[in-house]
Design a protein around this ligand. Sequence first.
Ligand SMILES: *[C@@H]1O[C@H](CO)[C@@H](O)[C@H](O)[C@H]1NC(C)=O
Length: 412
Amino acid sequence: MAILISHVLLRPSLTCLCHAATLPWSRRNSYAFKFSYRVAARGSWQKEANQMEEAIVDADKLRADFLRVLRSRRSGEVPLNVKHTEPVLNPLIQEANPPTFSKAMASCPKATLSNLKGLLHEENLHLTTEEGEQGQLPILIISMEESRQQKRPAIVFLHSTNKCKEWLRPLLEAYASRGYVAVAIDSRYHGERAKNKTTYRDALISSWKRGDTMPFIFDTVWDLIKLADYLTEREDIDPCRIGITGESLGGMHAWFAAAADTRYSVVIPIIGVQCFQWAIDNDKWQARVESIKPVFEEARIELGMNEINKEVVKKVWSRIAPGLDSQFDSIYSVSAIAPRPLLLLNGADDPRCPIAGLDAPISRTQTAYQKFGCPEKFKFIAQPGICHEMTPEMVKEASDWFDRFLLHSIEE
Ligand SMILES: *[C@@H]1O[C@H](CO)[C@@H](O)[C@H](O)[C@H]1NC(C)=O
């Protein structure tokens, strides 16, 4: 694929303790100590150690602030509880004419096995992540029946707007065939968490009116933190090898969940990463707004404006996803994923994720990976001629990245 790789910076790098990044934030101190110790052994240690400490402190502060926002609109904490449920036979897709096939997903590399379907094991679960109806997180897990006794790498897959976990089945089966535990969820107000075709839309409007929930990205990030609690406890999953990826809205979920929770150790947001602040400052917010228009329309009317303008956009973000276009925007939250292997896949002509807006976030992220001494663990690919679309080339790049960091490279 013809690609544009924005970072190629090679220098003899310090060993990057990849697995250390999977520790929960509460155990940061031992992690920082280990880093300093390593660096010291290599010389010129003081400057490097200081820079690394600074990157760790910045990222930890972002995580603490973000967690505070997530906690501010919870319905009530509950103990983690998981129950088995029935497979969903007619999954709800909140579109007038739901598609039935995705060429990109169907192209995902798989192991050549005759009778693959017969070798797969499937689980349907509900995990309690908070009180109330939306506090039930529906999970679909697909893995190879024969290898369920050993600990394996897992990958969490997040669907796009209006889709659901079952839509991702071709990806889940392909990754399962290659030895992963493939995990998908319904994000908030989607799939099993939706009543009808307007549930997600209605929830966004309700959040604008009442300011008591965060249906756009943030509430699902809460679920993904709880999901990490669950996955790291499973007998068949190696807690140090849990990847996360998703398409479009799912790409945003992958990005923010990885920023919030370091247990997601390899990260691939697909056509999700954008700069919300840049879009407002540069009059490029229209395509993003169009994707969830009704909430902006409701806000326009309430604010007495003739048309949706940047004031309306800013007010909506600050009400339904506080900090999205400021303290948690990509410039800060993408760099907080360092030093974990991070691949960003976008379309070069995507109007919802304008790549001109990514210059600053990418340069800050490169700096963060350099501070950690592992610039090769960050890669940004903008596929030329592609708008808001996940392509077979992106699916292949993502597969290779996961295989490289979750299957083949066990550091230390
Ligand atoms: C969807 O369900 C909600 C809540 O039950 C209801 O208010 C709304 O009218 C329904 N929408 C449609 C299109 O059926």
